[in-house]
Design a binder for this molecule. Structure first.
Ligand code: HEC
Length: 121
């Protein structure tokens, strides 16, 4: 009985390992395919880190919002850099906090590069 349950634990373990390898491979492919559309991949990667620290709890993992509360950043118009900088620096409607005192302009630009990836980086 003991040996048999050990066998099943290994089967489940191996399946999980295989699944995570598949996910890792998928992620790598997606990133490579999307790089040309990001204005600056290195900057977008920096932006992704800043996003994880400052924005993710409202705007969601990979910019997928958990509900309808915060703006869906995947929908932000890619031709309106000025609006992005203005809204992030000053906040919006007392619902989105201002970041001008916390983030430097080059960090806001890194976030912009990340937003241009549509959260698929
Ligand atoms: C406390 C929750 C919260 C955090 C943290 C947050 N946001 Fe927001 N954000 C919101 C809400 C709510 C809105 C919608 C505001 C509205 O239109 O009334 C919004 C809207 C926006 C918009 C759209 C503004 C526009 O012009 O319509 C952008 C861009 C944005 N957020 C970027 C960011 C970035 C970048 C960060 C991280 C530095 C961030 N947000 C962090 C809550 C948050």
């Amino acid at each position: 009985m003991k040996a048999r349950s050990g066998f099943w634990i290994s089967v489940v373990g191996l399946t999980l390992v295989a699944a995570s390898i598949a996910v890792a491979a998928e992620t790598t492919t997606t990133t490579a395919a999307l790089e040309p559309t990001a204005s600056d991949p290195a900057l977008a990667i920096k932006g992704r880190t800043l996003y994880a620290t400052n924005c993710v709890h409202c705007h969601g993992v990979n910019m997928v919002t958990p509900g309808t509360v915060a703006f869906d950043l995947r929908e932000f118009p890619h031709d309106d850099h000025a609006r992005f900088v203005h809204s992030v620096t000053n906040g919006k409607n007392n619902r989105m906090p201002p970041w001008g005192d916390i983030l430097k302009p080059d960090e806001i630009d890194a976030l912009w590069a990340y937003v241009l990836t549509g959260g698929k980086l």
